[in-house]
Design a protein around this ligand. Structure first.
Ligand code: 5GP
Length: 208
């Protein structure tokens, strides 16, 4: 039985290289969920294997800046020389349809979302250790040494923001991390403040 009409907004952040994308994909492959991924817009170059419209909407700086002016983003941020942003239009509509909307975004953008939609669920994904992160960033082989260095520095700054999140999830094993996130989503649904109104309505009782 469903006790929430509006879906949850789930924000997943974590330092570059922690494996957010892989964990998110594992999460979406799990059974019995109602999750929808919000595809972000970016000005960064497309990586081999990525698809426009699936991984990101890849646009020029001019187009991105025009959309900022038109107020088309729920949040946006600059990350290592490129813009990234969450298109506003779909997120609200999906939440109204009762869907769980997952954002996978960096810390500055996540804090903008928290301000605008305080009942979102903020999850910070961390590596089991810093070396694992550095190895992943280098092993990816898609960025220059300069960009990798910038991403490492950015990751070290991002670690310090973990305390602003509701949950910390360790990505020691992809499936473990996805399981933990699913457990958080289920628990958040059952929270009294999210479900009591609908339940009282169902049993025909007034709330005190
Ligand atoms: P990447 O270039 O590795 O795909 O992403 C770089 C960083 O930007 C990651 O931390 C990723 O989570 C973040 N990111 C992706 N989409 C968005 C977005 O829409 N908004 C913000 N603020 N960050 C994003």
């Amino acid at each position: 039985m469903k006790l929430n009409d509006r879906g949850l907004l789930i924000v997943i952040s974590g330092p570059s290289g922690v494996g957010k994308g892989t964990v998110r994909k594992a999460l979406f492959e799990m059974k019995n969920h109602n999750l929808t991924y919000s595809v972000s817009m970016t000005t960064r170059k497309i990586r081999p294997g990525e698809k426009d419209g699936k991984d990101y909407y890849f646009v020029s700086r001019e187009e991105f800046e025009r959309k900022i002016e038109e107020g088309k983003f729920l949040e946006h941020a600059e990350f290592v020389g490129n813009y990234y942003g969450t298109p506003l239009d779909k997120v609200d509509a999906l939440l109204d349809q009762g869907k769980e909307v997952v954002l996978e975004i960096e810390v500055d953008g996540a804090l903008q979302v928290k301000k605008k939609m305080p009942d979102c669920v903020m999850i910070f994904l961390v590596p089991p250790g810093k070396q694992a992160l550095y190895d992943r960033l280098r092993g990816r082989g898609t960025e220059s040494e300069e960009v990798i260095e910038q991403r490492i520095q950015k990751a070290n700054r991002e670690f310090k923001k973990a305390k602003l999140y509701d949950y910390i999830v360790v990505n020691d094993e992809v499936m473990n991390a996805a399981d933990r996130i699913m457990a958080i989503i289920r628990a958040e649904h059952a929270k009294t403040e999210r479900s009591i109104h609908k339940y009282m309505e169902l049993i025909g009782e007034e709330e005190e």
